[in-house]
Design a protein around this ligand. Structure first.
Ligand code: BES
Ligand code: MN
Ligand code: MN
Length: 462
């Protein structure tokens, strides 16, 4: 324990400066304009893994962005921890909503981060959290305390669906052999309320197109006599929830694994203040499926949301037009035991069935991901729990994460490996939003906790 604190104390500034350098590279995987920067980030991660003491470090090419692999195998008798993270980030747009530029990291204090937070795209998701593992690894090597074999697999396409990582995993089963996957890409409840996610939601993502007349029309000459695809699309979307905010797609809930009343009662004990929640978001009321709490709505219940909607005229001033087409991007968060393939089909059938004859519709599926549950009775979970308990002075609360990391289900399917979701961010760190940030407290706390995970995991595995 002391050696960890001492090492961090001595290398605090460098640990921070290295992360700031990593955050300066705009590794936006969704936008090909940043392709060279994404590649540069892979090289950066490779160099840092080598410098930290990893062997066989390699930037492994894929059909998309590369996967950075590295390992340190110290004994066949010790357990192996496979660390997964991602070096790609979400697009930073809209840029004008950032108080400081997204790729010029700045440190500022906030109400929940009185010791300061790093404002930059990817600071929390996931560069800051991924890099804690590189620095914790360096610490273990330098202090001669590495307790497990370690393998790193850091990818550059998490934010666009990890499809090439899936191929890599299937092709590298031997190389990726491990006892557990350790991931820091989720949140804790608060800086004084540690928690560990024991589940993630899956995802179905579709793009819909509604076509009315064969061309844009004068809305005075034709309006009211020809179906307006935007009006129709809005109505169809509105029809997807009923008055209780249940999703109306037939069969949508059929596979949902019921959560026992005991588990729900346990979830109800999770500290949560609805008033703080709505105040933070500046809304006067929450919204959601009747009969479920906010924690349940974002953890154990599936949802349907429009992520974007467009068509017609959106420029300056007014143009009187009845557009030919309307579009929307719609995502559904899935829970065990729904599957993305089945839900995408149910959506597609329903969406097509509710379209009036005056329009034609098409549904184009995007990447999907399966929901997962991670065990809370495993040695790895107990090691994570004990590590956090040691550094936070409080036993972490098991929670269910609302987001998705599609590759986690694949680790289980292809490698037979369970994951531990030991995240250190906060939901309020503005992931995917303008002004994303990551607390300095969280960064250093992660670097402090990770070596203990390795130590306890090795000890408990004996
Ligand atoms: N790290 C997030 C997922 C996350 C965030 C899980 C917070 C739990 C709490 C990840 O990078 C992410 O954003 N995933 C995407 C899915 C992907 C297919 C684009 C998501 O959840 O939208
Ligand atoms: Mn992430
Ligand atoms: Mn993300």
């Amino acid at each position: 324990m002391e050696h960890i604190k001492n090492y961090i104390d001595q290398h605090k500034d460098r640990f921070l400066n290295e992360l700031l350098d990593l955050l300066k590279i705009p590794s936006v995987s969704a936008d090909s304009a940043y392709a060279a920067d994404v590649m540069k980030t892979a090289e950066f991660v490779k160099d840092k893994l080598i410098a930290a003491g990893a062997d066989k470090v390699e930037v492994c090419p894929t059909a998309g962005y590369p996967i950075v692999y590295g390992e340190k195998i110290i004994s066949p008798n010790l357990p192996t921890v496979l660390v997964y993270g991602h070096y790609d980030v979400q697009p930073a747009t809209p840029l004008e909503l950032w108080d400081t530029p997204p790729f010029e990291p700045t440190i500022r204090k906030t109400a929940v981060h009185p010791e300061g937070a790093i404002f930059a795209r990817g600071s929390c998701d996931d560069k800051g959290q991924m890099y804690m593992h590189v620095k914790a690894f360096e610490l273990m090597i330098q202090t001669n305390t590495l307790a497990c074999n370690v393998k790193f697999m850091i990818e550059g396409e998490e934010e666009v669906g990890s499809s090439n990582l899936g191929i890599f995993v299937k092709a590298n089963k031997e190389r990726l052999k491990a006892d557990v996957v350790l991931i820091s890409d989720t949140s804790i409840l608060a800086n004084d309320l540690p928690s560990i996610d024991c589940g993630l939601r899956g995802l179905s993502y579709v793009e819909v197109e509604v076509t009315g007349p064969n061309r844009d029309l004068h809305s005075g000459v034709y309006g009211g006599a020809v179906a307006n695809p935007i009006n129709i699309l809005a109505k169809m979307i509105a029809q997807m929830h009923d008055e209780n905010n249940h999703i109306t797609i037939p069969g949508f809930y059929d596979q949902v694994l019921a959560v026992s009343e005991t588990d729900r009662a346990e979830m109800a004990k999770t500290p949560f203040d609805l008033k703080d929640y709505i105040t933070d978001l500046q809304v006067s009321e929450d919204w959601g499926e009747k009969g479920y709490s906010t924690i349940e709505r974002t953890g154990i219940r599936p949802t349907l949301d429009v992520n974007g909607i467009w068509g017609g005229y959106t420029g300056e001033g007014a143009k009187t037009v009845l557009p030919s087409k309307a579009f929307a991007k719609i995502s559904m968060r899935l829970v065990p035991n729904q599957t993305s393939e089945q839900i995408t089909k149910l959506f597609s059938d329903y969406f097509t069935s509710i379209a009036p004859k005056s329009v034609t519709v098409s549904v184009r599926p995007h990447h999907g991901g399966e929901p997962v549950l991670t065990p809370t009775d495993s040695i790895a979970f107990k090691a994570a729990s004990k590590a956090m308990e040691t550094t936070y002075g409080k036993t972490p609360i098991p929670t269910r994460g609302g987001g998705s990391i599609p590759i986690v289900a694949l680790f289980e399917k292809e490698l037979g490996l369970k994951s531990v979701l030991m995240g250190f961010g906060l939901d309020s760190d503005a992931l995917h939003s303008p002004n994303e940030h990551y607390g300095l407290f969280n960064y250093y706390k992660g670097i402090e906790t990770i070596p203990l995970f390795h130590e306890y995991f090795a000890a408990m595995s004996k």
